[in-house]
Design a binder for this molecule. Structure first.
Ligand SMILES: N[C@@H](CCC(=O)N[C@@H](CS)C(=O)NCC(=O)O)C(=O)O
Length: 224
């Protein structure tokens, strides 16, 4: 079982989050990767997703975010960088050959840089715009960008199981990004919906999510 209080690897996670973020915090990506290769870790639970973090936390993560990864004196932040680091230890997550490795990293960065910002913008507008007169117009402006990225991603995936010929960290981060999209955005692309279902039904995702939810309560208030 990868969660182990004596493990050398430590990751951070929140003790509680607002309901819209429940089950969606990015430590899940790291837990999932570690569970895929059976690498034990412990979770350091921290307060206040939207609160200022203590100085020592800011030294570890300059933006005060989760996750942070620590192991034997190494401190990493940014989920993409942490996934590359974990992948480098095991070819089940990151192929050893230069082509396979490069393609997996390209997909991980595409998920973080070309797809996630479009989806996250819609989430922020939806959460912060409830009851405002600007929500509808803002969504109308932002939604086509997400729709275009998903259409192109669906085309690239085609009828393959994974983004390349085998599962990798690129799939971990892309599936985590997509599962946070409004299901209406995925509805025109059955292959993307099936891809998310395929990824989230993997035993390692299931155990990672169970550990993630066991550590995190719903209850943190949403800031004004
Ligand atoms: N680019 C960062 C984003 C991390 C992130 O967005 N963390 C959220 C939780 S899912 C957080 O801690 N938010 C609090 C904040 O931004 O102040 C990564 O991929 O690690």
């Amino acid at each position: 079982m990868p969660v182990d209080s004596d493990a050398a690897i430590e990751i951070t996670a929140y003790k509680a989050v607002p309901s819209f973020a429940y089950g969606r915090i990015k430590d899940i990506r790291i837990r999932w990767a570690l569970d895929e290769i059976g690498l034990p870790y412990r979770a350091r639970l921290i307060d206040g997703i939207f609160e200022d973090k203590p100085q020592d936390y800011m030294a570890d993560q300059p933006f005060g975010q989760v996750p942070v990864y620590k192991e034997n004196g190494l401190t990493l932040f940014e989920s993409g960088s942490i996934l590359i680091h974990i992948g480098e230890r095991d070819e089940r997550l990151l192929p050893r050959d230069a082509k396979g490795r490069g393609r997996a990293i390209s997909w991980a960065i595409a998920a973080l840089n070309s797809v996630e910002p479009m989806i996250q913008t819609l989430v922020i507008l939806t959460v912060k715009g409830q009851g405002t007169d600007w929500l509808a117009g803002s969504m109308e402006a932002a939604k086509p960008f997400a729709e275009q990225r998903l259409a192109r991603l669906a085309q690239a995936l085609g009828d393959r199981d994974w983004l390349e010929d085998r599962f990798s960290i690129g799939d971990i981060v892309m599936i985590d990004v997509l599962r946070n999209a409004n299901p209406q955005l995925l509805a025109p692309h059955p292959n993307l919906a099936a891809y998310v279902a395929r990824g989230t039904s993997r035993p390692a995702f299931q155990s990672a999510m169970a550990a993630h939810l066991a550590d995190c309560a719903v209850g943190e208030p949403l800031p004004a």
